[in-house]
Design a protein around this ligand. Structure first.
Ligand code: AMP
Ligand code: MG
Length: 303
């Protein structure tokens, strides 16, 4: 998935732990092969290649994750939009390439999740307009963490943690009876690396953070980052980071991105409506938390 995956398990023997972890990694590898945006042979690439032409037969799992992505798109009123692909393709955060404003605007009509259709019975996915492209970059990692946890459980593991970059799912308790502590990064460290802003303790929960510090470049004092507002095609401006806690990684991953785009006011409403917990750091560094997060989160210092 073009990122770092870390898996921890509690187990009586190292042998059982190794076997389970290996199975979980294979599970993630298999998903990577079907959902990878960059490989020409992935199911996702075949769906994109047939945009405007024909529905593509894919595995039930691909249908499942895309159904979930369409659902989150609807629940965030398109702030998360699984068809953001044509706009994302215009940005290069490594070589600091800014797209032409004209091209950004031309492509906006191609971004609309309502033009992505799934047929569960036939197990097909169809992008109805030529030039459309699905992008699972804001949901596939959380989904992979869920599936890896499922595999660990199948292997008889009762407690563990799977972190696919910033999309983390934990289950069971550590031997001392505590939950799994996960750090939330400070989005503005003033030059220092990885500083922890707060920690949350997970008990059978997932957590994801979306931030404007992950992939970005600065130009004329403006930060251009990888979370785009589907309405404008430009980076969303309301937040610095959004952390979401829920039962499943597929939800925390996609809703952290969607909430980031919605901004603090609308974003908090959507999280509360879904029954999720979360923390939003807005563009000025103000902190918003859902009521239920108190007691689960511990702040480390300044932000
Ligand atoms: P995340 O780090 O989970 O917030 O996901 C960011 C990635 O999701 C980006 O690198 C894009 O591939 C994709 N993306 C960016 N903006 C959006 C959006 N508004 N809706 C859905 N996916 C997006
Ligand atoms: Mg996400």
């Amino acid at each position: 998935m073009d990122t770092i995956v870390a898996i921890s398990v509690v187990s009586a023997t190292e042998e059982k732990a190794d076997k389970a972890i290996e199975a979980a990694f294979s599970r993630i590898d298999a998903l990577d092969k079907t959902l990878n945006f960059f490989s020409d042979t992935s199911e996702l690439s075949r769906i994109n290649a047939q945009a405007g032409s024909a529905p593509v037969a894919v595995s039930p799992e691909t249908v499942e994750v895309i159904a979930k992505a369409i659902d989150t798109s609807a629940k965030t009123e398109g702030a998360f939009d699984v068809t953001i692909g044509p706009e994302i393709a215009l940005w290069d955060f490594v070589s600091k390439r800014m797209p032409e404003d004209r091209t950004v605007k031309e492509r906006l009509p191609l971004v609309d999740y309502r033009n992505m259709r799934i047929d569960k019975e036939r197990s097909t996915v169809f992008l109805t307009k030529k030039g459309m492209r699905a992008d699972l970059g804001a949901i596939a990692k959380g989904y992979a963490a869920d599936k890896a946890v499922g595999e660990l459980k199948r292997q008889g593991i009762r407690a563990g943690l799977v972190a696919v970059a910033g999309d983390i799912r934990a289950f069971g308790l550590k031997p001392d009876g505590s939950g799994w502590k996960v750090g939330i990064r400070n989005p503005r460290t003033g030059g220092k690396d990885d500083e922890i802003l707060a920690t949350v303790e997970l008990r059978d929960m997932a957590v994801s953070t979306s931030g404007d510090y992950e992939r970005y470049f600065m130009k004329d004092g403006i930060r251009y980052h990888h979370i785009l507002d589907p309405k404008t095609g430009y980076p969303a401006t309301g937040c610095r980071s959004v952390t979401v806690l829920a039962k499943e990684g597929v939800d925390t991953d996609s809703f952290s991105t969607g909430t980031f785009v919605l901004g603090p006011e609308k974003g908090m409403k959507v999280l509360e409506g879904m029954g999720f917990e979360g923390m939003i750091l807005d563009k000025d560094g103000r902190v918003f938390t859902t009521p239920g997060l108190k007691g689960k989160i511990e702040f480390k210092g300044q932000h």
